[in-house]
Write a protein that binds this ligand. Structure first.
Ligand SMILES: *[C@@H]1O[C@H](CO)[C@@H](O)[C@H](O)[C@H]1NC(C)=O
Ligand SMILES: *[C@@H]1O[C@H](CO)[C@@H](O)[C@H](O)[C@H]1NC(C)=O
Length: 414
């Protein structure tokens, strides 16, 4: 029974994750729903009275990466310390805007920070490529390793060049924290470009992972063709025939939830993310689920799965032959956290179903002396992976302390 339940859960999670490929056909402007459900980042910002520009560049390996930049504050403060925010797995920067007026990005802008958000390759805004299209198999041959050493690195360079600054601050949520840590470990010179980093629910250590990724990982690693062939089955369009990603169906209309689907949805959400902080705001749920998922490669998921299976924070496992060719050894090398010198603030929650709190504490201990500025455990037990974005009290519990850490970094007083 328990096994069956696990199997059903695994299948549902896989379906939901794979459905992120359906994002390409995201329907827009449906009459029966609220317009903001279908707005893009620039429109979402405009709705709150902010002008936002989109910037695009090609990475050194040919991918088009889109950044959004809030170009004016209401308080008239401009041109401050740049802050770069990255998004989670299968997400895009709409995750920072979906909660509306009380979003962290607007708070930062009003305090004089210069706010930029990056969309990693493969996500909704970043599907371009010099020679490939997102219909090509090879387009999807990347994981969060490339999101870190290329996308994040070159986004940082882009922002520093655009602002004429020497350093910026990085805020990561979930997978973008992983990418950021990969960058600092693999290309230590980037420590000199980052004044400090605040990582929310960072998946970096994988000794205690129990959540959906661990389950999905077990299945993914055992599907036919998945084991050895590192470059096979990387394209994530299994469910592209669906009109909408699955999760949106849970919160379909004005009135709130779909009563038939809701109990099922709630269980799924809790399984993937952990117990959502009560009271759940149905509108916030609707918003985030209409702006998620935004696309991912299978390899991003598999890379997490491999780390979870091995209990190690390591490079992608392509199998012996390609590992030997790439790394000069049978097994993928681990990321060297000793290379991180950037002042680091970690924020995490006990109830997070995707990132185990013990693993965040271990990550903090693995950092070199003096690097960890704050290990910030959130007080409520039932704060989950997405509550950092949607919880009503995220302003007091998450954003106010994040701002305090950024002020510390900005003033150099810490
Ligand atoms: C922005 O300006 C308004 C009006 O002057 C002021 O009330 C508010 O406190 C300012 N906000 C911040 C975050 O400084
Ligand atoms: C990790 O990096 C540190 C310094 O950045 C270096 O001294 C150490 O040898 C590295 N460890 C490994 C296993 O490469």
């Amino acid at each position: 029974m328990a096994t069956l339940r696990t199997l059903v859960r695994v299948l549902v999670v896989l379906a939901a994750v794979a459905a992120s490929g359906a994002f390409l056909r995201r329907p827009r402007g449906l009459k029966h729903t609220k317009p903001e459900f279908w707005m893009d980042s620039v429109q979402l910002a405009r709705l709150q009275g902010y002008a936002m520009d989109m910037h695009r560049f090609f990475t050194s390996d040919g991918y088009e990466v889109a950044l959004h930049h809030i170009v004016a504050s209401k308080n008239g403060t401009l041109g401050g310390v740049p802050v770069l925010l990255g998004h989670g797995l299968a997400s895009c920067d709409e995750q920072w805007l979906a909660r509306g007026a009380t979003a962290l990005v607007y708070m930062l802008v009003e305090l004089g920070f210069d706010v930029w958000t990056v969309n990693y390759r493969g996500s909704f805004y970043s599907r371009g490529h010099k020679t490939l299209t997102s219909r090509h198999h090879d387009y999807w041959d990347f994981s969060w390793h490339e999101n870190g050493v290329v996308d994040q690195a070159e986004a940082i360079d882009y922002v520093l060049q655009a602002t004429g600054r020497q350093k910026l601050v990085v805020i990561g949520h979930s997978m973008s924290s992983t990418a950021q840590v990969v960058l600092l470990a693999e290309r230590p010179e980037y420590n000199d470009k980052v004044m400090g980093q605040v990582l929310l629910a960072p998946p970096v250590n994988f000794e205690h992972s129990t959540g959906a990724l661990a389950y999905a990982g077990k299945v993914l690693l055992n599907l036919p063709g998945m084991k050895e062939s590192g470059t096979e089955n990387v394209q994530n369009d299994v469910f592209s025939g669906f009109e909408k990603p699955f999760p949106q169906s849970c919160y379909p209309d004005h009135s709130g939830v779909n009563p038939k689907l809701f109990p099922f949805c709630q269980r799924l959400i809790e399984f993937v993310l952990g117990k959502v902080h009560e009271p759940v705001d149905p509108y916030q749920m609707q918003m985030i689920l209409h702006h998620y998922p935004a696309g991912s490669s299978i390899r991003q998921i598999r890379h997490f799965s491999q780390c979870i299976a091995a209990g190690k924070f390591m490079q992608y496992d392509y199998g012996k032959a390609r590992n030997q060719a790439l790394y000069g050894q049978d097994l993928p090398p681990e990321y060297n956290l000793t290379n991180i010198r950037t002042p680091t603030y970690l924020m995490y929650a006990l109830g997070d179903g995707s990132v185990n709190w013990k693993d965040v504490e271990i990550f903090g201990k693995l950092l070199s002396p003096g690097v960890l500025r704050k290990l910030h455990r959130l007080p409520p037990k039932d704060y989950c992976h997405v509550d950092f974005l949607i919880a009503r009290d995220a302003v007091e519990l998450v954003y106010v302390p994040v701002i305090k850490y950024l002020e510390e970094l900005r003033s150099g007083a810490s």
